[in-house]
Design a protein around this ligand. Structure first.
Ligand SMILES: [Zn+2]
Length: 71
């Protein structure tokens, strides 16, 4: 991980790593291409996921896209 804060957020499942094609317990709310998602519990229907390309704590590029591995 880029920093301890992100590692802790992953441990707390505030931010999760997943492949969006296997998403079954919620829906993705934005169009950011990433394997990192901020997860928000939705009272009615599972979770809302927000894709992020950059670490919200230190600003490091964390997704494949931000690191330049796309295409
Ligand atoms: Zn970080």
């Amino acid at each position: 991980m880029c920093c301890d804060d992100l590692e802790q957020a992953l441990k707390d499942e505030l931010i999760i790593i997943m492949d969006k094609f296997y998403l079954q317990d919620g829906r993705i709310m934005n169009a950011v291409e990433s394997q990192y998602y901020i997860r928000r519990e939705n009272r009615d229907s599972g979770y809302n996921y927000y894709g992020i390309n950059f670490c919200p704590f230190c600003g490091m590029g964390i997704s494949f896209v931000a690191q330049g591995f796309s295409s």
